[in-house]
Design a protein around this ligand. Structure first.
Ligand code: HEM
Length: 471
């Protein structure tokens, strides 16, 4: 080898070495300045997963918060995590520095819902899908759904009446499914609705089970049901392409959408988002509605106040001969405070997951790239500094607006819930017909919580309903 050749190679090696040292230095920089948050990583591999799941998660988080403060580290479900319990920290992750934290879900769950569903994404694709979902669930769009949702609430309540015991949560799930399907896909043939319902419930069961490909397991059955769902949706999409409806539901918006290059969404993208929105809509709304019934049943004075408010509307609608209007649902202040307080007390989405896409520094602490980050909504909603006597169900606390970022039942920032107006519309409509025309009794004396996976009243709140003749 010539001398100049050797010199060249020495230069290359030196250069590589120098850049390596420089890069490492740069990479280390935040580590030098910032230290990891306080906390315990638990046992090797399992971390603190067993501690988290062997007790009420609220107790686990609260004891950590007492010990370490607003930010602490732990290791759960195979991942190192940083947990955040202050409004400022939640704002940092979800709003001001949202580009540094991406949504993260286990692959097994992502594949069941469909990897193109908007909540797995961030950036341009997420923005595009979110606009479509938001528009189809906006107050303007929902105004056209009030009458249909009202009819669904009446029919659900009528089917519960007669004094037999029902599982309130299961019945609320049926109602929120019907509403969700209607908002997303409009009117369907009964057989299409039944097929969707049947296969969707198999997917749902598998979603919360151990992911394995072994035949006969709930997860494997869910994978097969998910394929059938794609087929059913493909049929519905095909029909819709041929016969466009007059109204504009989410499916219409998805079919019309073009990107900057004029490309339409493909069928998988459309189905994944339909299943995704349905998934986000059903259990969440059903859990909160079940809690509302529990809280109203436990406080007869409050129930009387809600009844009085609703009866005034009922009477102005000629004893229910006129339909409920959108504006009336926006003018139910006592009921609205009950909904807000139920959302706070039950905090059914106790926390959410994000993943740091780079090393991030927050208040002198390092959140390393790849670590999970969890804003703990429930801890914020139950912090006595923001909500006095937090364990007390007291809707009147919402006569005063909560401080910014202390009340986030629907999340915050770019991934905040686009379905919150629909969820509220369902709740207002259900409460209106429930308290004006029915009485109910909770069966059994149990008052605990069950996780399925959202917190719900024990056993789904078994209850009996009767229609009252004179409201
Ligand atoms: C009481 C009922 C509901 C609650 C408490 C709730 C709560 C939430 C929360 C906390 C988020 C944010 C998740 C995150 O940041 O990772 C979210 C997102 C979402 N919700 Fe809801 N939700 C409810 C009902 C609904 C309904 C009825 C729909 C649709 C019809 C819906 C559709 C969605 C969608 C599509 C997202 C993802 C948004 C995105 O990633 O941009 N939700 N929801």
């Amino acid at each position: 080898m010539e001398k100049s050749g050797v010199f060249y190679y020495v230069l290359v090696i030196l250069d590589t070495l120098l850049s390596y040292i420089f890069l490492r230095r740069n990479k280390r920089k935040p580590q030098k300045r910032a230290k990891l948050p306080p906390g315990s990583m638990g046992w090797p591999l399992v971390g603190e997963t067993l501690q988290l799941y062997s007790q009420d998660p609220t107790v686990f988080f609260a004891s950590k918060q007492r010990r370490y403060g607003e930010i602490f580290k732990t290791h759960v479900l195979g991942c190192p995590c940083v947990m955040l319990t202050s409004p400022e920290a939640a704002r940092f992750v979800l709003v001001t520095q949202t580009h540094l934290f991406k949504p993260t879900y286990p692959k097994s769950k992502e594949s069941l819902i469909g990897p193109s569903a908007l909540f797995f994404h961030q950036g341009d694709y997420h923005i595009r899908m979110r606009k479509l979902v938001q528009a189809s669930l906006s107050p303007e769009a929902l105004r056209n759904l009030v009458a249909d949702i009202e009819a669904m609430a009446i029919s659900a309540l009528d089917s519960w009446a007669g004094g037999h015991v029902i599982n309130t949560f299961h019945e609320m799930k049926k109602f929120s499914f019907e509403v969700g399907i209607h908002a997303i896909l409009g009117h369907l043939e009964p057989h299409q609705r039944e097929d969707l319902k049947k296969n969707y419930s198999i997917v749902e069961r598998g979603y919360n089970s151990f992911p394995t490909n072994l035949p006969g397991t709930p997860y494997k059955k869910a994978q097969l049901a998910r394929k059938r769902l794609s087929k059913i949706l493909s049929g519905i999409i095909g029909e819709r392409k041929e016969y466009r409806s007059i109204g504009k539901d989410l499916l219409d918006s998805l079919l019309d959408s073009k990107d900057d290059k004029g490309e339409f969404l493909n069928e998988d993208q459309i189905s994944d988002n339909i299943i995704g929105v349905l998934f986000a809509a059903q259990d969440t709304t059903a859990s909160v509605m079940t809690w509302i019934l529990r809280y109203l049943y436990d406080d007869s004075k409050l129930l009387e106040a809600v009844k009085a408010e609703q009866k005034a509307i009922y009477q102005s609608n000629r004893e229910g001969h006129q339909q409920l209007t959108w504006n009336q649902t926006r003018n139910m202040p006592i009921t609205y405070r009950v909904i807000q307080e139920s959302l706070r007390m039950a905090s059914i989405i106790s926390f959410i997951f994000r993943e740091a896409v780079a090393d991030v520094e927050y208040k002198g602490y390092l959140i390393p790239k790849g670590w999970k980050v969890m804003p703990l909504f429930r801890n914020i909603h139950h912090n006595p500094d923001f909500f006095a006597d937090p364990q007390k169900f007291d809707p009147s606390r919402f006569e005063v607006k909560p401080k910014p970022y202390t009340f986030m039942p629907f999340g915050s920032g770019v991934h905040a819930c686009p379905g919150n107006e629909l969820a509220k519309l369902e709740m207002f409509t259900m409460v209106h017909h429930l308290v004006t025309k029915f009485r109910w009794e909770v069966v059994g004396s149990q008052s605990g919580i069950q996780y399925g996976p959202f917190p719900i009243p024990l056993l789904g709140l078994p209850a009996k309903f009767w229609k009252v003749s004179t409201p």
